[in-house]
Ligand binder design. Sequence first.
Ligand SMILES: Cc1cc2nc3c(=O)[nH]c(=O)nc-3n(C[C@H](O)[C@H](O)[C@H](O)COP(=O)(O)OP(=O)(O)OC[C@H]3O[C@@H](n4cnc5c(N)ncnc54)[C@H](O)[C@@H]3O)c2cc1C
Length: 391
Amino acid sequence: MKARYDVVIAGARCAGASTAMLLARQGLQVLVVDPTSRGSDTLSTHALMRGGVLQLHRWGVLHAIQAAETPAISRTTFHYGDEVIEVSIKEQDGVGALYAPRRTVIDSVLVDSALAAGATVVHGHSVVDLLRAADGRIRGAKIAGADKKVIDVAADLVIGADGVRSRVARILQAEIQYTVAHTTASIYGYWKDLGWEGFHWLYNVGGAVGSIPTNAGDTCVFASLPPTRFEKERRDGLDTLYHAVLSEVSPDLARSVNESELSGKLRAFAGTPGFLRCSAGPGWALVGDAGYFRDPITAHGITDALRDAELLARAVTEGDDSALAGYQETRDDLVKGLLDVTDHIASFEWDLDEAKEDHLVLSREMNAEVDLLRTLDQQFVAPPAVNPATR
Ligand SMILES: Cc1cc2nc3c(=O)[nH]c(=O)nc-3n(C[C@H](O)[C@H](O)[C@H](O)COP(=O)(O)OP(=O)(O)OC[C@H]3O[C@@H](n4cnc5c(N)ncnc54)[C@H](O)[C@@H]3O)c2cc1C
């Protein structure tokens, strides 16, 4: 680590690593730190929506996700009780499939791309405090490794991409400007050779489950439920609760899971209500879950992070505080509708017709997101040219 960078970023996963990659491609000196180890997993399923895949494609990194043998998803199927609606993924803007790379895969690909673009990425280190000028402007960060030795790193901008419990946001006392009422709990696990192709999202009154094919022949199967039920029934064992929700929502999926072998352990998320937080100020910005969180039931947080990484990177290269404020405005305009419809789905206060209606609204909101991404010029995100001599 040097004593000074243009930009210091806390967090080296989908939001932080992709912001670093884009800024480094613009020639900025970027430092990214993260306390976890490189290529580690995190608590998250990982279905990408079209906007997320489009970003990876536009940035020239989708091929690395494909090279990791991430299955291409050509169909997504919604089940409302016994009613089944299949949607084929159409080729558009160079994207002809969806993907659900494990976080060990996508986060590593983005870190590698940030490194290739010239960013410095240091794992095993955290931002523990911020440096301020006399006028209050953020002027850098205090960074510590496992040995707790703290070093000061100066920067024109510090970005918090440090997740839903963002320490950077806490230090800045960045105000939460909008919250929603509901959250879901979820339990998920990876099953070997499940035999369910494509994404499946299954709804029944009081619960939602789904199957997401991913790397190494595994399929992630999740069960979402109200947090009150999760708290009450988890005492009887996560495994029992998981299988109970699966059987109630989809006896077919429950049967396939029972005939399959669990790879690793079940993992659980107790729930966190969504929020929009003030995400830009003098010398600082927030991106990804640090600035905006929405319930995982709509499987969109990574797509959000990949979209906002570029919106933020563009604002940073404009170089003034009003561009950063514009970043937040654009994000908020785009996500309010997504946050609200996600909140209604997360409430479980719907019948199957209403759930269907919510998904139509969600689809319209996601189309608006893709439309915006399409208007962004390609020049900004172009990967460095490959030297044919080193190919
Ligand atoms: C159960 C569950 C299921 C989900 N399923 C999906 C899904 O299917 N599809 C989808 O798109 N999204 C899903 N999400 C949402 C998705 O996980 C998040 O939106 C996404 O991880 C946000 O990325 P991020 O980079 O902002 O934050 P994170 O992935 O949380 O990364 C933040 C990083 O910051 C680091 N950090 C923390 N503190 C510091 C510090 N002080 N200094 C430096 N670094 C720090 C952390 O170690 C971490 O590595 C799910 C979430 C959950 C909880």
